[in-house]
Design a protein around this ligand. Structure first.
Ligand SMILES: [Zn+2]
Length: 294
């Protein structure tokens, strides 16, 4: 195989159907949640794919980036349409995305909760970005005898850090966003074990409590669930860390791109794989309150 790659003469350009089959093997669509909408949104199975772009959000800036890059396939974590639609008119935000993609011959494929549950999945990538050692899934998939697939991850730190130090590490290691990291709990408490979940994680609070960890890092935490969680945690010093949704899922793009690169090498595909660095977090600036604790 190595010689083929050196000369490049025996590499071949795969078809979309072949690339999608490889992606579906990494993130089986059947493992997605019932409410989810994963898989190919647009694209011709017979079209050739020589350039792939990975991103979190299927939004217009990302479509523009895919066009400028000459990509034939855009793979995003978030679905474009989660529910049915009766129009893809370009006068709607989502319809414009569809038009931009089809006009430029770019297929769109989504791996959402199937990528969350996979091994490795979205929360493994998040744990990796934070230099955490993954111990097990926070909510193991009952269908996985090896106990490696599932939602969220329970992790260990190599050396204990205070909550404040761990938040600073997360702020430094995750891609920069206006939000940064918000913390609930004692900033001086020690963190040895952490649960992480890319994206909105407040539905996992009961599992976090049961896991007996020192901190939970996720995104989109709201006032009432967070406030009740802190009040209900009892004597435990369990802290909450809230990062920007986009920032917690972006590390998966790099992991997924590396996985596809490895598959491409194995198959002898002439495929270039890119990761978008465009920040698509909707929040663009943050003004700390004067005199607020930091
Ligand atoms: Zn998400």
């Amino acid at each position: 195989m190595g010689d083929r790659h050196k000369t490049g003469s025996l590499l071949f350009v795969p078809r979309l159907s072949e690339v999608i089959a490889a992606l579906d093997a990494l993130w089986p669509p059947a493992s997605a949640e019932d409410w989810d909408a994963v898989g190919t949104v647009c694209g011709d199975p017979d079209q050739e794919v020589s350039r792939v772009l990975f991103a979190v959000d299927p939004v217009r800036e990302i479509v523009d980036e895919a066009v400028n890059l000459g990509a034939d396939l855009l793979v995003t974590h978030h679905p474009l349409y989660l529910r049915g639609t009766t129009t893809v008119a370009a006068s709607t935000f989502k319809g414009r995305v569809v038009h931009g993609l089809i006009r430029n011959g770019i297929a769109l494929h989504v791996a959402h909760t199937n990528a969350d549950r996979a091994d490795p999945g979205v929360s493994d990538a998040l744990a990796g970005a934070l230099d955490l050692r993954v111990v097990r899934p926070l909510v193991p998939d009952p269908g996985d005898p090896e106990g490696r697939r599932g939602l969220g991850r329970v992790c260990e730190l190599d050396h204990p850090l205070t909550v404040r130090e761990f938040a600073a590490r997360a702020a430094e290691r995750l891609p920069a966003t206006a939000q940064g990291i918000r913390v609930a709990g004692d900033p001086e408490a020690l963190v040895r074990t952490v649960a992480v979940s890319g994206g909105s994680g407040d539905s996992l609070f009961a599992d976090v409590r049961a896991a007996g960890v020192d901190a939970f890092l996720t995104a989109d935490l709201r006032h009432h669930p967070a406030s009740e969680f802190m009040a209900d945690r009892g004597p435990s010093p369990l802290a909450l860390l809230d990062a920007a949704h986009w920032a917690t899922e972006w590390p998966w793009c790099e992991l997924a791109a590396a996985q596809l690169d490895e598959i491409s090498d194995r198959h002898g595909w002439d495929l270039r794989v890119h990761v978008s660095k465009t920040v698509t977090d909707p929040w663009t600036t943050h003004s700390p309150s004067p005199g607020a604790p930091n």
